[in-house]
Design a protein around this ligand. Sequence first.
Ligand code: HEC
Length: 164
Amino acid sequence: MTAANRALIAATVAAVVLVTACSTDSGPDTSETVDFLSLVGGTAPPVPPLDTSAIQRGETVYQQHCASCHGAELQGVPDWKTPNADGTWKPPPHDSTGHTWHHSDQLLTDIIRNGGGFPETKMPAFASVLSDSDIADILDYLKANWGEQEREFQWQVTWQETNR
Ligand code: HEC
């Protein structure tokens, strides 16, 4: 077995573990499982640096539009893994303890623009409120608060989706 094959298998196993963890955590959010498995198979260039002023703008927009539900410190609701009595979901954290970082920029942008994407969602659609550059700034703010591994993982997923 070549080193490249071994690396690919290791990456696939890691992806399956993460995807499994994601789907048990989040109930509504299984949409990316199939997508992601078909993505594994290349290596992204190094994680690009973030722009400090974008992070600052993103923080301002986040605090104004998102913090009331997702928490001023990105912490979400403490028992976010337990659904509400009516079967709806609570706002998850956007820091490294959540699963936001499992998703590509493209998917996150779509969720923020269009809302949660299932009938009982409580995640509002922001397409008429926020510009695409506001949303990109929010993503930079979230990324600035992730650990190195979460950031690396999310960059891989984003890169694979753009370059497949
Ligand atoms: C009214 C409360 C509320 C507000 C305000 C809100 N959200 Fe949400 N959000 C939720 C809930 C609840 C969920 C969980 C899934 C669902 O119900 O669709 C969610 C889910 C998400 C997800 C998917 C989470 C994941 O980890 O897969 C993202 C991304 C997200 N929100 C981003 C944002 C951003 C960015 C803002 C501000 C522009 C925002 N949300 C504002 C309630 C809210």
